[in-house]
Design a protein around this ligand. Sequence first.
Ligand SMILES: [Zn+2]
Length: 123
Amino acid sequence: MDAYAISRFLVAHHQSYEVYPLCRYYDIEIEAIRTGVFCPKCQCGQMQWLRRKWICASCLHSDQKAHLLALQDYGMLIDKNITNKQAQHFLQLSNRHVIKRLLTTSAYHKAGATKQRKYQILL
Ligand SMILES: [Zn+2]
Protein backbone atom coordinates (compact mmCIF):
# COMPACT_ATOMS: atom_id res chain seq x y z
CA MET A 1 0.00 0.00 0.00
CA ASP A 2 1.12 3.52 -0.75
CA ALA A 3 1.18 5.68 2.40
CA TYR A 4 0.54 8.86 0.43
CA ALA A 5 -2.57 7.48 -1.28
CA ILE A 6 -3.95 5.96 1.91
CA SER A 7 -3.49 9.03 4.05
CA ARG A 8 -4.96 11.35 1.42
CA PHE A 9 -7.92 9.03 0.95
CA LEU A 10 -8.57 8.68 4.66
CA VAL A 11 -8.19 12.38 5.37
CA ALA A 12 -10.56 13.20 2.52
CA HIS A 13 -13.14 11.01 4.20
CA HIS A 14 -12.61 12.22 7.73
CA GLN A 15 -11.43 15.67 8.74
CA SER A 16 -11.43 15.42 12.53
CA TYR A 17 -8.07 15.62 14.31
CA GLU A 18 -8.98 12.79 16.70
CA VAL A 19 -8.59 10.19 13.95
CA TYR A 20 -4.79 10.41 14.14
CA PRO A 21 -2.95 8.13 14.01
CA LEU A 22 -5.11 6.76 11.23
CA CYS A 23 -3.67 3.24 11.42
CA ARG A 24 -5.00 2.85 14.94
CA TYR A 25 -8.31 4.53 14.13
CA TYR A 26 -8.94 2.36 11.07
CA ASP A 27 -7.15 -0.72 12.45
CA ILE A 28 -4.62 -0.86 9.62
CA GLU A 29 -1.52 -3.03 10.01
CA ILE A 30 1.51 -0.74 10.15
CA GLU A 31 3.56 -3.39 8.33
CA ALA A 32 1.18 -3.08 5.36
CA ILE A 33 2.23 0.53 4.77
CA ARG A 34 4.77 0.88 2.01
CA THR A 35 7.81 2.74 3.25
CA GLY A 36 10.01 5.12 1.31
CA VAL A 37 9.86 8.59 -0.20
CA PHE A 38 7.63 8.83 -3.25
CA CYS A 39 7.91 11.29 -6.10
CA PRO A 40 5.53 14.26 -5.77
CA LYS A 41 5.64 14.75 -9.54
CA CYS A 42 4.86 11.35 -11.05
CA GLN A 43 3.60 9.84 -7.75
CA CYS A 44 4.68 6.36 -8.78
CA GLY A 45 8.43 6.50 -8.48
CA GLN A 46 10.33 5.82 -5.29
CA MET A 47 12.97 8.45 -4.55
CA GLN A 48 16.56 7.95 -3.46
CA TRP A 49 18.69 10.41 -1.49
CA LEU A 50 21.66 11.33 -3.66
CA ARG A 51 23.97 14.31 -3.23
CA ARG A 52 21.73 16.19 -0.79
CA LYS A 53 18.48 15.71 -2.67
CA TRP A 54 15.83 13.13 -3.49
CA ILE A 55 15.90 11.77 -7.03
CA CYS A 56 12.96 9.88 -8.52
CA ALA A 57 13.99 6.51 -9.94
CA SER A 58 11.16 6.77 -12.45
CA CYS A 59 11.07 10.31 -13.88
CA LEU A 60 14.37 11.67 -12.43
CA HIS A 61 12.57 14.58 -10.79
CA SER A 62 14.71 15.98 -7.96
CA ASP A 63 13.38 17.46 -4.75
CA GLN A 64 15.15 18.50 -1.54
CA LYS A 65 12.03 18.37 0.59
CA ALA A 66 10.22 15.24 -0.64
CA HIS A 67 10.77 13.61 2.76
CA LEU A 68 8.42 16.14 4.36
CA LEU A 69 5.41 14.57 2.60
CA ALA A 70 6.50 11.09 3.69
CA LEU A 71 6.97 12.27 7.28
CA GLN A 72 3.54 13.89 7.25
CA ASP A 73 2.11 10.56 6.15
CA TYR A 74 3.98 8.88 8.99
CA GLY A 75 2.57 11.41 11.43
CA MET A 76 -0.98 10.94 10.21
CA LEU A 77 -0.86 7.17 9.82
CA ILE A 78 1.42 5.87 12.53
CA ASP A 79 2.65 8.35 15.14
CA LYS A 80 3.25 12.08 15.25
CA ASN A 81 6.49 11.42 17.13
CA ILE A 82 9.36 9.78 15.29
CA THR A 83 12.88 8.74 16.29
CA ASN A 84 15.92 8.79 14.03
CA LYS A 85 15.79 4.99 13.71
CA GLN A 86 12.09 4.99 12.81
CA ALA A 87 12.71 7.73 10.25
CA GLN A 88 15.56 5.72 8.73
CA HIS A 89 13.18 2.81 8.26
CA PHE A 90 10.22 4.82 7.02
CA LEU A 91 12.22 6.98 4.59
CA GLN A 92 14.33 3.97 3.52
CA LEU A 93 17.50 5.92 4.16
CA SER A 94 19.92 4.18 6.50
CA ASN A 95 22.21 7.08 7.27
CA ARG A 96 21.53 8.46 10.76
CA HIS A 97 23.54 11.61 10.11
CA VAL A 98 21.50 12.52 7.04
CA ILE A 99 18.28 11.63 8.85
CA LYS A 100 19.27 13.82 11.79
CA ARG A 101 19.88 16.72 9.44
CA LEU A 102 16.56 16.18 7.63
CA LEU A 103 14.66 16.02 10.93
CA THR A 104 16.38 18.98 12.58
CA THR A 105 15.98 21.20 9.52
CA SER A 106 12.27 20.36 9.29
CA ALA A 107 11.55 22.62 12.29
CA TYR A 108 10.05 19.76 14.27
CA HIS A 109 9.86 20.03 18.03
CA LYS A 110 12.53 17.86 19.68
CA ALA A 111 12.14 15.96 22.95
CA GLY A 112 14.46 13.62 24.83
CA ALA A 113 18.16 12.88 24.93
CA THR A 114 20.23 12.15 21.85
CA LYS A 115 19.60 8.45 21.17
CA GLN A 116 15.95 8.27 22.22
CA ARG A 117 15.17 11.75 20.92
CA LYS A 118 11.78 12.06 19.31
CA TYR A 119 10.84 14.62 16.73
CA GLN A 120 7.27 15.79 16.72
CA ILE A 121 5.90 15.98 13.19
CA LEU A 122 3.70 19.01 12.57
CA LEU A 123 0.43 17.94 10.97
ZN1 LIG B 1 8.87 10.79 -10.49
